[in-house]
Each structure stands twice: as structure tokens, then as C-alpha cells.
Design a protein around this ligand. Structure first.
Ligand code: SF4
Length: 733
């Protein structure tokens, strides 16, 4: 954006704004650039996925000119996927948001920061005065630094009086959070990546590891123990094709399969009774419950032959170190939490937890989903605490200096409820930070229409042209990865550093400094006087973690993280020799008050929508390639990555269905659900079964079809199951 500021809107920028904007991205607030030498190489973690690889940024004359994977970082061991190699491309993209924009006479128009902030404040206060804080919400992300999301959540809910907030972690990891809390007593992924290499049997449920987490697949390939690799997935994905056992289940029959597997394990003597008796509760009831899942029933309902079920049960019994891994195929389901807990149950009953090569392990999605889970101050209070617990509120008040009566004493609406509120008119003001809701939310494109109803939509992003920004009243231009300091927490609980190695374009500011500016303009800067810079906030969060399962108060600061090549929580005491790979529950003690893990289970239930005469196929969605990331706002800016994936949406269907419909690869087809229809290119492949079709998630059109059903415990949407019809498009294209 290089539009001039109209004279009538140009305002004198206040001293704080001048200080921030003078040095866009954040050096102006007394932050010293972390990279002192203009020609240097520095390590930082990647800003795409939760694997948390470390990359070496090579600088020339103070600017990053290239990068390479860090050879000795315990996560990626010198490897990177295409997104990592191309991580610098988004920074210089021509469509970066460079200046604040405000809608004037229907068009987004360049303005100064103070004008944008003035409008933000006046419109938000008007809504608040008329309807209360209950009419306000923010949507956060797993893409910004932990320090920034803690600032956002605390500022919004404790400073500005915004009643509701949630993050896009709801779309990806809310299920794992709910499952771990219920089973272990805290949201605590127990593993370390070395477990991929130390397993005798790796069971992947709903995870296409090759594509979604390619570096973790490389860790599997480094396993020298000759592991059995089991994939439970309706599709013959790249990972399933490389597995030793592929159980091609009927879509959303995973819970039945997992209960059936538990029964077979009981039958074949695989239960570790000593472990179960000493460290768990509820097994007797679980044992009685799974009696209803004999192999014959399970084979009928899942489509997996009985022999394949028995083979898997025998494998789990016979292998000493079995690790269970899951990701979005489980998390994005109408009964996701119970499915995740069914996986946890298998690990518990067979004693496959707390030892090398074991675990019930959720693999996270976004680079900082784990930071969001602990510190976004949305679904839980800072540090994984409860808003409704007075003692927890007092702890947070004591550390942050935020008066206790400003900390909400109730939980807020979840993502789907916020969007329902937008649609119903309950929510009138929405602040969206670093996420592209209009593209990524499920439920048939109704969201775009709903966003138009808002009295105020503020979008804070690296780009002003996202599907969500199109509806914005105000766009706040944000610095991206590589343009600011902070930390991410990866899937295996490793806290890693990100650094400012490039200046944000134009007047874009780091999210941290935007929040500082918001606090100033909303008259609550005094509340955040201690939130000076990211490292000061990191110290505060470390203190907040003290005594919690996620305790990392032993990390003195960013320097420790640099020296330690990232550090996994917990670390409650400084330890220069902290092991580079650590797992939880080695002592068999879990986080419930009695120290025991719980068997949690429920009867399976069918999805809300099943195939019918008009919509005879089940639509599956997932990652299309390792060169695409979510809604593509960043990966689309790389010419290299664009060459590595199809540039338009496509559907995969089986040869039998293609023959019946008279379709061939390259044909055009119309894909329709009860909520909308889209046109797609056809790809015929035996990777999908008859009656099922697959569409990659990265294209905006796909959510015109998906269903808005959510899991009742995690409120995570079920993106991977709805009924669709498919028909050829004939005639001129
Ligand atoms: Fe980055 Fe994830 Fe690729 Fe590693 S696997 S380079 S963290 S996107």
C-alpha cells in the first residue's frame, strides 16, 4: 500500500506512536536489536508449524539474505521442509500491510496510527456503552509470540473490558487440551521427539505425518529399532503408503476402532495391571464398557477386517515400546475429545507412557499453538489456570500487578459461539489478530455475510488483503516472523526463540508494540507498565508458571534459551546441563490431585450429517502438500512454494466412483453440500475409497461446503466429515 494519507485525516501522531513508528517493528522502545553485527548468522525457530525447527538466518549488512537449517538443534537436526527453506519470502511480499487503514466512504484508506487507534477506541467504547463488554470479542492465534498473546489476552479481557476471546487454536488443538486435562489433569503432551526414534511401534491416528510434519517423519525414518508403523486413516495417504499396517477405517469410525482395540488388548493379556493399579483410576468401568465392542462389531462399523484388528492388537501387546500419535484426523471430529482420550486409554492400559518410545502424543499444528494453549488468556487464565478459581485469579494478580477485580471471574464464549454471536447480533465489535477467520472457519461461507453485520471489525495482520481483512473497518499492519522478538512453544513443550532480523515494512509494528499502543489509547497503559518488552513479559510468564505443571521458572531469560538450544517445560530450577530431550510422567505421577490418570470414555455417536441420495459422498479435508500452510497468506507469497503445489482447488475420488460419474483426471466437476457448491478439478486416485472424496484445506472455497458441527467438550469443528454430491461440469470452461 503506498497511498498518501489524505490531508483531512492526517493527525499529529502522539509521542508513543512517533517513538514506535520511527523504528517500525519495535527497536524504538528501548529494545536493542538482538543481532548486533551487520554480517552475522543467528539461529531462531521457524514461524510456520509446531515442529519448531531451528533455522540459521544469514545476514549481510544487517539484512537477512538467506537461511539454512540448524544442524545441531535437537528438533530438526539440520533438516527443514520447503516452508522453512522459504521462510524469508513472506517478509518481502509486495502485498504486505504497510500502514494503518480505515474504511472511509466504503474504501480502506491509509491513515496514521493515532487516527486508526482513535477510531478503534471511539467505536469500541460506543459499543461497550450501548451493549456492554459482552458485545465485544477478539480472536487470537497460534502464530504470534507467547509474550504477545499473553499481552493481547490480558489487555483485551482485563484492560479493555472485552468479554470474549478465543484463538484459532480452537480449530486445531482444543481437543488435545480437553483430552489431556480430563485424562492427565493438565494440558500436557508427554513426549519428546526422540520418542519417534526410540519406539518399537508407532501408531499414527489421523495423521499424515509425511505431509503435515515432514521433519517428524524424518525422525521416524531415523528409528533403528525396526518399528512397526501403523496408520489409522480413511485415506491411503503418503504416510499410510509407507506404513507396515494401514487400517483404512470408515470416516469417523475411529472411536469404535479404538474401543475395539482396547477390548482385544484386554482379551490378549496386554494390560499392564501393575501400572494401571498404581497410577490410574477408572479402569474397571472402562473394561466393562469396552466389552460392548467385540471384533465382529468393530469390523462391521469400521470396515477394517477382523484379522487386521487382531494383528494390530497383537503388535501392541508384543512390542515393548509403543507410541500413539494423533493430530487433526482426531481433533477435528464431532466426538474428538473422547477419541483422543480413547488413544490415551490405550497408552495407559498397556503402560506405554513415561518411558522412551512411548506415549499418547498429540502433534500440534501451529508454531505457537502450545503458547496459545497456556498463555492466550482466553479459554484458560494465564498459565493454564481457571478464571473461575479465585485463588488462581489472586496468583495472576500478584504476579502481573493487574488488580484482581479486573480479572474476569467467568469463562468466555468459544470461537463458534463468538461467531454465532456475530451472526445473531450479540457480538457487535470484533478484533481479529493474525488469523484469517473468513477463510478458515467451517460452515458454508455464512461467516462472510455475518462479518458485514458488525459495527466494528478490526483486523491486525501482516497482510491487508486476506479474506477477513476485506470486511474490516480498520486494518492494523503487523510485523511478521523475523521482524520481532519473542518465544514459541513447540509440540514437545520446547520453548524456542524468534528474533528480529528484519525491519517490518512501512509503519507496520510488532504485535507487541501494537498492544502497547492500544493500551495507551484506551487509557490503561498504567496497568501494563511492567510489560516493557517481550523479554520482560517472558520473565513475568516464567514467574506465573511457577508451581504449575508447565513451570519454566528455571529459565532465566532469552540467553538461556539460546544457550540451551531451546528448553522443554518443565524446568523449575536453573540447570546448565538440562537434557535436550525430556518426557513427562516418568514417575507415573499425573496432574490430577490424586496423582492418577483417568480412563475417560463415552458411547460413540454418529456424525450430524451422513451421505444420502442427493449427497452420496463423505467429504474429507486435510493438508494438500508440505509446501502449503493453512490459508496460504504466507506460502502463496513464495514463487518456489507455489511451484510445488497445484494452484487451484481439486477433488480426489476413487477410480470406481470416477468411472460411474464419467470423470477423468483433469475434468471439471461441481462439488456440492447442503451449504454451498464449488467447482473443482478432478483427480482420480486409489488413495481414497469408494464413497469418499478428498479436498485440500488450503483453498478458500472448501469451507463453503464444510459443516459447522463441533465436539461438545472441546468445541473444535468437525472439518473432516460432511455429505457432498459430485457431478461433471460439461461444456466450455
Ligand atoms: Fe518450519 Fe515446520 Fe517445516 Fe520445520 S517442519 S521447517 S517448523 S514448517
Amino acid at each position: 500500500m503506498s497511498l498518501p494519507i489524505p490531508n483531512f485525516i492526517r493527525q499529529f501522531e502522539g509521542p508513543l506512536t512517533r517513538e514506535l513508528v520511527r523504528d517500525p517493528g519495535g527497536f524504538g522502545l528501548g529494545q536493542v536489536p538482538r543481532i548486533a553485527k551487520p554480517d552475522a548468522t543467528t539461529d531462531m525457530v521457524c514461524g510456520y508449524c509446531s515442529t519448531g525447527c531451528s533455522l540459521k538466518l544469514h545476514l549481510k549488512e544487517g539484512r537477512p539474505v538467506n537461511l539454512s537449517p540448524t544442524p545441531d538443534y535437537p528438533v530438526n537436526l539440520g533438516m527443514a521442509c520447503p516452508k522453512g527453506w522459504e521462510a524469508l519470502a513472506p517478509l518481502s511480499a509486495p502485498n504486505r500491510a504497510t500502514h494503518p487503514l480505515m474504511r472511509i466512504d466504503g474504501a480502506l484508506t491509509r491513515v496514521g496510527w493515532d487516527a486508526a487507534m482513535g477510531r478503534f477506541r471511539s467505536k469500541l467504547r460506543a459499543i461497550q456503552n450501548a451493549h456492554g463488554g459482552d458485545a465485544l470479542a477478539f480472536l487470537s492465534t497460534g502464530q504470534i509470540c507467547t509474550e504477545e498473546m499473553a499481552f493481547l489476552g490480558t489487555l483485551a479481557r482485563c484492560g479493555m473490558g472485552i468479554a470474549h476471546g478465543d484463538g484459532n487454536t480452537r480449530q486445531c488443538m482444543a481437543t488435545a487440551v480437553a483430552a489431556y486435562k480430563g485424562s492427565f489433569g493438565f494440558d500436557a503432551p508427554p513426549y519428546t521427539y526422540a520418542d519417534f526414534e526410540e519406539s518399537d511401534c508407532i501408531v499414527l491416528v489421523g495423521s499424515n505425518l509425511c505431509i503435515a510434519h515432514p521433519i517428524l517423519w524424518q525422525r521416524v525414518l531415523r528409528n533403528r529399532r525396526g518399528p512397526e508403523i501403523v496408520v489409522i486413516d480413511p485415506r491411503r495417504t503418503e504416510t499410510a503408503a509407507a506404513a507396515t499396517q494401514h487400517l483404512a477405517i470408515a470416516p469417523k469410525s475411529d472411536l469404535v476402532l479404538l474401543y475395539g482395540l482396547a477390548r482385544l488388548l484386554i482379551e490378549n493379556g496386554a494390560v499392564e495391571r501393575d501400572f494401571v493399579d498404581a497410577h490410574t483410576s477408572g479402569f474397571a468401568a472402562f473394561e466393562a464398557f469396552v466389552d460392548d465392542f467385540p471384533a465382529g462389531r468393530v469390523a462391521r462399523e469400521t470396515g477394517v477386517p477382523e484379522a487386521a484388528l487382531r494383528r494390530l492388537a497383537d503388535t501392541v501387546r508384543d512390542r515393548d515400546r509403543v507410541s500413539f500419535w494423533w493430530t487433526m484426523g482426531v481433533n477435528q471430529s464431532h466426538q474428538a475429545t473422547r477419541t483422543a482420550q480413547a488413544i490415551i486409554n490405550l497408552a495407559l492400559m498397556t503402560g506405554n507412557i513415561g518411558r522412551p518410545g512411548t506415549g499418547a502424543n498429540s502433534i500440534t499444528g501451529q508454531c505457537n499453538a502450545m503458547g496459545s494453549r497456556l498463555f492466550s488468556n482466553t479459554a484458560s487464565l494465564l498459565g493454564g489456570r481457571d478464571f473461575i478459581d479465585a485463588a488462581h485469579r489472586a496468583e495472576v494478580a500478584a504476579t502481573t500487578g493487574i488488580p484482581e477485580d479486573r480479572i474476569p471471574a467467568q469463562n468466555c464464549l468459544a470461537y463458534d459461539q463468538i461467531l454465532d454471536g456475530v451472526e445473531s447480533g450479540r457480538i457487535r465489535g470484533l478484533w481479529v489478530v493474525a488469523t484469517n477467520t473468513a477463510h478458515s472457519w467451517s460452515g458454508g461461507g455464512r461467516l462472510g455475510r455475518a462479518l458485514e453485520k458488525l459495527d466494528l471489525l478490526v483486523v491486525q495482520d501482516m497482510y491487508a488483503d486476506t479474506a477477513t481483512a476485506r470486511f474490516a473497518d480498520i486494518v492494523l499492519p503487523a510485523a511478521g516472523w523475523g521482524e520481532k522478538d519473542g518465544t514459541f512453544i513447540n509440540s514437545e513443550r520446547r520453548i524456542g526463540l524468534v528474533k528480529k532480523v528484519a525491519r517490518a515494512p512501512g509503519e507496520a509494528l510488532s504485535d507487541f508494540n501494537i498492544f502497547k499502543l492500544v493500551a495507551h489509547h484506551f487509557g490503561v497503559a498504567d496497568l501494563f507498565a511492567g510489560w516493557i518488552d517481550p523479554e520482560a513479559v517472558f520473565a513475568m510468564l516464567a514467574e506465573l508458571s511457577q508451581g504449575r505443571p508447565c513451570d519454566f521458572s528455571g529459565i532465566a531469560g532469552y540467553r538461556d534459551l539460546e544457550a540451551g538450544r531451546g528448553i522443554q517445560w518443565p524446568l523449575s530450577e536453573p540447570d546448565e546441563d538440562v537434557a535436550p530431550e525430556r518426557r513427562l510422567f516418568e514417575d507415573g505421577r499425573f496432574f490430577h490431585a490424586d496423582g492418577r490418570a483417568r480412563f475417560v470414555f463415552d458411547a460413540p455417536r454418529p456424525p450430524a450429517e451422513v451421505p444420502c441420495g442427493r449427497y452420496p459422498f463423505v467429504l474429507l479435508t486435510g493438508r494438500g502438500s508440505s509446501s502449503q500452510w493453512h490459508t496460504g497468506t504466507r506460502t502463496q507469497t513464495s514463487a518456489v512454494l507455489r511451484r510445488l503445489h497445484p494452484d487451484a482447488i481439486y477433488v480426489e475420488l476413487s477410480p470406481a466412483d470416477a468411472a460411474e460419474l464419467g470423470l477423468e483426471t483433469g475434468d471439471r466437476a461441481r462439488l456440492a453440500s447442503r451449504r454451498g457448491e464449488i467447482e473443482v478439478a478432478v483427480r482420480v486416485t486409489s488413495a481414497v475409497k469408494r464413497g469418499e472424496v478428498f479436498v485440500p484445506m488450503h483453498f478458500e472455497e472448501v469451507n463453503a461446503l464444510t459443516l459447522g458441527e463441533v465436539d461438545p467438550h472441546s468445541r473444535q469443528p468437525s472439518y473432516k466429515h460432511c455429505a457432498v454430491g459430485l457431478a461433471p461440469v460439461r461444456g466450455p470452461q
